[in-house]
Every structure is written in C-alpha cells, then in structure tokens.
Design a protein around this ligand. Sequence first.
Ligand code: CP
Length: 299
Amino acid sequence: MKHLIDIKHLTNDEILEITELAKFYEEQTLKGTLERKNTGSVALLFFENSTRTRFSFEMASKKLGFDVFNFDAQKSSILKGEGFYDTLNNLNAIGCDIAVIRHSREDFLQELSEKHYDYNLSLVNAGVGKASHPTQALLDFYTLQKHLKTVEGKKVVIVGDIIHSRVAKSNIELLNRFGAHVVCCSPSYFEDWTLTDAKYEPNLKTALKDADAVMGLRIQKERIETRIPYAQYIEDYQITNDNLPQSAILMHPGPVNRDVEIEGSILDSPRGKIIIEQARNGVFVRMAILNLLYKGVER
Ligand code: CP
C-alpha cells in the first residue's frame, strides 16, 4: 500500500491484513510489550472538525514511534496563496512520510494521490465530504469481527442520515465485500438512491427485526440546508431501549447527539459500551494502517 484513499482500492486480503495487524497491536498494548520503533513522521491535516479520528491517528502514530505534526491551515502559507499539493510536497521534503487528511471536497484525496511527491509521501483519507471514510469502516469491521466473529451472513442495519454520511458509504462497500446483509433505514429525505448495494427499509421496526448489528448515524446538520422535522424524526427513527433487538450490538461512529439518533440512557448502559470501544479500536486499526503504509514504499 502506498496510499489509503478508498475501500475500493483495497483487496479483501489487504483488509484482513489490516485487521490482523490491529489485533496484534491490541494484544501488544494489553500486554505492555509494544515497541515504539518507527522512525518516520506523520502530518495531520484536518480541514473539517474531528475528535476521534484526529486523536486516534495521533495516538496510533505515537504508540508506533512516529513523530507527529498537526497542520494549522490558518497559520500556514496556504493563506499566502500556496496550493495544497505544493504544501504537501514541501512537507514531504521537510520529512513527513505520511499525511492524514480530512477535507470537505470529495475528490480531493483522489486528486492528490495522483500527483508526484519527491520523497514518496503516503496519503491517508481521514474522511472526505459525504463520500468516504475508509479508516472508520475498517475500525467498524474490526469491531464487528470481534463481537460477531464474522460479518458473513450477518444483518447490519444502518439507521439515520444515510445520504450525508461518508461512514455509511464506506461501510456498505466493505461489508458487502465480506458477505454481510446490509439494510439502510431512514426517512425518504435521508435516503441515498444511488446506493444500489444495500437494501432500503423505511420502517425502523421492520428494519431492526433479527438485526445482528445496528449502526446509528448522526444527522449531519453542517451539510444540510433544509429544515429537518426533528421531533418526527426522533419519534420514527430514534434507536431506543425498547426497539433495539436483544440480538443486536449497537454501534455509532460518533459524535453522538444524545437523545436524537439514540436514546441517551442506552449510551450509559452496557449496551452502549461498544460505541466507546469503537473509538479505542480505531487506534489499533490506524496503527496497522500507518505501519503498512510506512513499510509499503521505500523512504
Ligand atoms: N467518527 C469520526 O469520524 O469522528 P470525528 O469526526 O470526531 O473524527
């Protein structure tokens, strides 16, 4: 691997290699035997807000021994007119080996990955617009494997704002590849008609029947210009103690808006703990990704 831009660029073997290495890192962390032996540098360039992704990439980098640099666009020479590709090529020349980037423009990472970098920079997509969030899908897959052993034949229900969700799109792509039965559930104003790889069921009770895993999604207010009927949405689509099947694990990529997409009290109960575990699993999965990228090309 040179870059990690999209799930579609990864083979199933590469995905399994990432989750196996993540498992190794989780075990090493638990045993206290992790070695911080990488000598490279990681730059974090976030043009949209983030808590989990940015911190877990920073934590993953530091656990592996990488130096980490946070890029502040507002204090950078981008404000003097420098283009982002030139910025990246200069950061690479200065010594950054891997650039982790979040941006609102959907083709941004793909375009950047097609450019030449003088010292072999690797790029990682940390979430672009509504289009893709591959490292979130990989950590979700890792979490599902831990709790369900396999996703093959398992019913995974994704509930909420599907159309604005990059997490949903990357998850649908990955889970389909591994034989999961993915069902999307949302009101029509959040349905994405272009997603042909997932079944759509507008009724929450019907969708949740026999679910093995339920993923809640946040309403992405920052990407929505029209008025959302929140009270009706909560009545029809909130995941609650009553409607969450006993058979299902509950997941959410975060950030959660308590009492909107999920009844707040579930989050504080044992059934809400996997959501917090997802954030922790993200560190191990991102350690695996960084290590494979660092070793994937000559530096
Ligand atoms: N899941 C996720 O991407 O969270 P952040 O926006 O906090 O990084």
